[in-house]
Design a binder for this molecule. Structure first.
Ligand SMILES: NC(=O)c1ccc[n+]([C@@H]2O[C@H](COP(=O)([O-])OP(=O)(O)OC[C@H]3O[C@@H](n4cnc5c(N)ncnc54)[C@H](O)[C@@H]3O)[C@@H](O)[C@H]2O)c1
Length: 468
């Protein structure tokens, strides 16, 4: 169960947590670094932020933080490598030259760049590396009393889930801001529709069908001179220890909407199927390219979630919530060619248009921008918002789906969150060899956490069975 802290190889998750706890107890006596009340009115007080992970999403998140308020300054930046930092800074300097305050002394590379950014005197950090690192970066940021924007997913395995759960408790205790990258929670259409569902517009939800069917994402071919570890990090989408597989990395957005519809109650259990058909070459690591998961709640409600990343096939993102009184249909594709954004609620038997929000204005505020507008405004107001436990829960729900898929077993929520699954490498070293894990074949591939689970079940009683 021990996990190393990549910034100081050899230290385990246990020592990392112990260090955090010690620092936290000291910090408990210290007022968290919050911009004083009243600055929002003027809006001119400088809030300094740092960015950790400057790829596609990180560069976007940094730009949104700069757009959120002209007095938001980027003062530190970090990545494993220098090139993404250069690209991000060129883009920011073009768009927001007055707000870019990074100096040669406040740009950092390597596995410990996150510590240097956090320790550079920033008020807020944006965590946008591949998700495997999130628990470590989040934990250190909260230990140092920083407000956080963290991209989804917050974790890729059960050990990561437990770590971020503790960190969120700590961030709340310290009254720190925390906003997540589950962008649909910040989207105008979803924010108009979900409250209606919760207020009973379709009655009690009895069944859900949701899907996230996408095309393949970028693959970075291996170059001569790259170690296994460097290749995996540069091609992180295709390694479960880094991305969680695409159900956890991408379809987690859809799973998060399912959780939202169910008022963030977690399902009791899940079963699933899936595999890989298109990306069979070693260049694609060992992740799958399609999953179909059934989630079942304690009251018997089921959600059927499909996701895939395949080319030359139908793509789309939509949700179909069936209640005792009616149905809610959401098509949440940004691209108009895939249906754009459309939200419809209709009672059973109603042949009319029902309630609908189909004319979402073209210039509606981007959910990505809203995330930063709300986080920074709340910090300036002295009342930092904290998205809380729902964020790791949705990630864990996706992990539970992957566990059910890879194993072919029915997995309960309790089994998932207490699992021994801990995929972070014991000694992460950029130059090291790291064999690619096998593609999981249910019923065949040996998975340590599954072995542990089956042993634990045997000790208790019979494993859970899928209902008829
Ligand atoms: N909310 C959304 O719609 C959305 C969209 C895209 C990506 N994302 C999420 O954003 C995150 C980043 O995705 P991306 O598309 O920007 O990936 P990316 O590959 O474009 O960028 C990741 C960057 O992180 C750097 N990095 C890797 N490990 C690091 C470490 N330990 N310390 C510092 N830097 C490190 C890489 O060098 C790279 O520059 C992921 O969690 C992803 O799931 C969210």
């Amino acid at each position: 169960m021990a996990r190393p802290n990549p910034a100081s190889p050899g230290s385990s998750r246990r020592t990392f947590l112990k260090t955090t706890a010690t620092a936290a107890s000291v910090a408990a006596a210290v007022t968290p670094l919050i911009v004083p009340q009243g600055v929002r009115a003027a809006g001119s007080e400088v809030v300094k932020f740092g960015l950790i992970g400057c790829g596609g999403r990180g560069t976007g998140a940094g730009a949104q933080a700069l757009s959120a308020n002209p007095s938001n300054h980027i003062t530190a930046i970090g990545d494993l490598w220098p090139e993404p930092i250069d690209r991000a800074l060129v883009s920011y300097t073009k768009q927001h030259p007055e707000q870019v305050k990074v100096t040669p002394d406040t740009r950092f590379t390597g596995l410990d760049a996150f510590k240097k950014v956090i320790d550079s005197g920033v008020d807020v950090v944006l965590l946008t590396t591949p998700p495997a690192f999130r628990w470590i970066h989040f934990q250190y940021a909260v230990e140092k009393n920083k407000h956080v924007f963290a991209e989804k997913p917050l974790c890729v395995d059960a050990a990561g889930y437990r770590a971020v759960t503790k960190t969120i408790e700590e961030s709340k205790r310290k009254n720190l801001g925390f906003v997540d990258g589950f962008c649909w929670r910040y989207s105008i259409g979803e924010r108009a529709t979900f409250p209606k569902v919760h207020q009973g517009a379709i009655g009690d939800i009895i069944s859900i069908y949701s899907h996230y069917n996408a095309s393949q994402l970028k693959m970075t071919p291996r170059q001569a001179g790259w170690s296994d570890t460097e290749w995996q990090l540069r091609n992180w989408l295709y390694f479960t220890w880094l991305s969680g597989d695409h159900i956890v990395e991408q379809a987690v957005h859809t799973i998060d909407k399912v959780a939202w519809a169910m008022k963030d109650e977690m399902p009791a259990r899940a079963w699933a199927t899936g595999g890989r058909q298109q990306r069979v070459e070693p260049a694609y690591g060992h992740v799958w390219d399609h999953f179909a998961v059934v989630y079942e709640w304690a009251n018997g409600t089921r959600a059927h979630v499909y996701c895939r990343q395949q080319d030359q096939v139908n793509t789309g993102v939509s949700d179909h919530f069936v209640g005792t009184k009616g149905v809610c249909d959401i098509t949440s594709n940004f691209s108009p060619k895939n249906g754009g954004l459309s939200y419809v609620i209709r009672e059973h038997g109603d042949k009319g248009p029902g309630w609908r929000l189909t004319d979402v204005p073209k210039d509606y505020p981007s959910a990505y921008q809203v995330e930063h507008d709300e986080l920074f405004a709340s910090i300036r107001d002295g009342k930092p918002i904290n998205a809380g436990q729902r964020v790791p829960n949705s990630a864990m729900m996706a992990i539970m789906g992957r566990m059910a898929g890879y194993s072919g077993d029915v997995i309960t929520w309790e089994e998932a969150i207490t699992s021994t699954e801990d995929s972070f490498p014991k000694n992460l070293d950029l130059a090291a060899a790291m064999p690619t894990a096998p593609v999981a074949v249910p019923g065949k591939t040996e998975l340590q956490w599954l072995k542990d689970l089956r042993e634990a079940r045997q000790k208790k009683s019979a494993p859970p069975k899928q209902n008829a």
